[in-house]
Design a protein around this ligand. Structure first.
Ligand code: ADP
Ligand code: MG
Length: 151
């Protein structure tokens, strides 16, 4: 599905919808985010995290912290691969240990991962203008996202 947002708040709201879907889904545990710097990946993740009771204030641009771990139920991992340009380097730091092990993993710069986890949702964000972003979500249909229910 394709959505255009006109403000950071709207992008966060889409994130919240996606987070609500993740909470109710038995099989989707990973979100792969693709998009240039400043497109809104972290903003979307603030919304996803809020569905798990994590305050947006606690969600940073985790560029210096590779994995920010929140002790929610299920555990929530915000992974940012910005600093790791090569997939071999990503594998070497053990990122796969956070994926598909019962927690929710949300990954910025996901193209740097050496593979795509099963049942992952893929989100591509593109800068259209100062306030507008195109968000393409693959792996969830519009009805499931808007209802927050199971696919
Ligand atoms: P990334 O994690 O992709 O580098 P951030 O979420 O940290 O991006 O930053 C996105 C920036 O773009 C923020 O400064 C935010 O205020 C701004 N922005 C403007 N319009 C939007 C929008 N529609 N959606 C998301 N962010 C937006
Ligand atoms: Mg970011």
């Amino acid at each position: 599905m394709r959505i255009i947002t006109g403000s950071p708040g709207e992008t966060e709201h889409i994130g919240f919808k996606l987070g609500t879907f993740l909470k109710s889904s038995a099989r989707t545990k990973t979100v792969m985010l693709y998009g240039d710097l400043g497109t809104g990946k972290t903003t979307l993740i603030k919304g996803i995290a809020s569905a798990f009771g994590i305050s947006g204030r606690d969600v940073g641009s985790a560029s210096f912290v590779m994995v920010a771990e929140y002790e929610t139920e299920p555990p929530f991992y915000h992974i940012d691969l910005y600093r790791l340009e090569r997939p071999e380097a990503v594998d070497a730091v053990g990122i796969w240990e956070y994926i598909d092990t019962g927690g929710i993993a949300v990954i910025e710069w996901a193209e740097r991962l050496s593979g795509v986890p099963d049942n992952a949702v893929k989100v591509h964000i593109k800068h259209l203008s100062e306030q507008e972003r195109e968000i393409i979500i693959d792996g969830v249909d519009r009805e499931a996202l808007m209802a927050g229910g199971e696919v």
